[in-house]
Design a binder for this molecule. Structure first.
Ligand code: ACO
Length: 323
């Protein structure tokens, strides 16, 4: 059988940090309100001219370095993003050019905040069916470009960044111990799309548009949806939450993370939190958290790691990974 094994992760955050205090100078908000409602203290913001593919490139180079590989070893690039450089080509194609390779397949996945989890599940399928050998799976966003900086109900929540993971197909004996991506569960329910969307686009308005959100509605659905896919993945693998070494949730909001942890019975000490420093980086949040926690030595080889995300669409998904 074939296993999709994690070879390395990398991340990149733009240099510029914007604190809650900085934000309160141009929108009617406060550090206290933002921290209390979301747990966010600061976010990184891309420089002028620094595009999603630039962030993706830096995260990819770090992931490749960790994996001991070079770009020429990669034959599949999947970028989860909702803030592509251009309407087309895919940011993955631009990234492929920046990595200096021409072989294999490169495309984007559009599942908003769930983009990375959807990309991991897609790459896993490619690897397990022999369609590719080594995949670069990325979540990269410059959310700052689609925020309405006059809307305090949304602009305080998001940040820019990118995270990348190298997955490799390894052929092993049928009775070999479990390794790599074990099972993923992905869901979409389009009836909710108007609760979190961008009010522009090529076909509808010929504008880029801004992010719009009914925050309370998103909040109301989040914990239930997250728990639903995590329970599905646990059931399919015959595991319990007690078997998890690490819970790496999408970093939208501390209260959603705590709510999901509580519902599922996952202790705080096993939960990776970066939302305080990164804010919500959409598709980049999970790989950035994986990067932070593997760099600081928390996530180690052999650990059982649950990743999950929920976002616009609504989309939601989870993957269980033996590191
Ligand atoms: N600063 C100060 N006051 C604010 C701010 C702000 N940035 N934003 C809203 N307020 C005010 C509102 O105007 C309102 O004032 P009012 O009572 O005078 O009308 C008051 O604060 C309460 O507003 P609510 O929207 O009811 O606040 P709530 O407690 O619901 O918190 C929040 C808002 C943080 C957005 C919450 O609904 C939430 O976390 N939702 C989940 C959304 C999310 O995380 N989305 C991310 C994208 S989706 C994803 O990644 C899962």
């Amino acid at each position: 059988k074939i296993q999709s094994v994690v070879r390395g992760v990398g991340g990149y955050l733009p240099e510029r940090v914007m604190t809650n205090e900085d934000l309160s100078k141009f929108v009617d908000t406060s550090d206290e309100w933002i921290v209390q409602r979301t747990g966010i203290r600061q976010r990184h913001i891309a420089a002028e001219g620094e595009l999603t593919s630039d962030l993706a490139l830096k995260a990819s180079q770090r992931a490749l370095h960790k994996a001991g590989l070079t770009a020429s070893d990669i034959d599949l690039i999947i970028v989860g993003t909702t803030t592509p450089d251009r309407t087309f080509p895919a940011t993955a194609a631009i990234l492929q050019q920046k990595l200096g390779i021409t072989k294999g397949t490169a495309f984007d996945v559009q599942a908003v905040c769930s983009g990375f989890v959807f990309a991991v599940a897609t790459a896993d399928s490619y690897l397990k069916t022999g369609m590719a050998k080594r995949a670069l799976v990325i979540g990269a966003e410059t959310a700052s470009r689609i925020l309405d900086w006059n809307d305090r109900t949304t602009c305080v929540l998001f940040g820019d960044g990118a995270g990348a993971m190298v997955l490799e197909a390894q052929e092993v004996a049928d009775d070999a111990p479990e390794n790599g991506v074990l099972v993923s569960s992905l869901r979409t329910d389009g009836t909710h799309w108007e609760k979190l969307y961008v009010d522009g686009g090529v076909s509808s308005t010929q504008t880029i548009g801004h992010l719009r959100m009914e925050g309370r509605e998103v909040f109301k659905h989040a914990v239930g949806m997250i728990s639903d896919v995590i329970e599905d993945v646990l059931e399919k693998t015959g595991k319990a939450t007690a078997d998890l070494d690490w819970f790496v949730p999408h970093q939208a909001n501390r209260r959603i993370i705590d709510g999901a942890g509580k519902k599922l019975g996952i202790p705080e000490q096993k939960t990776i939190i970066t939302v305080d420093k990164h804010a919500n980086t959409s598709a980049a949040s999970v790989p950035l958290a994986l990067w932070v926690a593997s760099e600081d030595g928390r996530i180690k080889s052999g650990d059982l790691v649950m990743i999950e995300a929920m976002g616009g669409g609504f989309t939601w998904g989870a993957s269980l990974i033996r590191w």
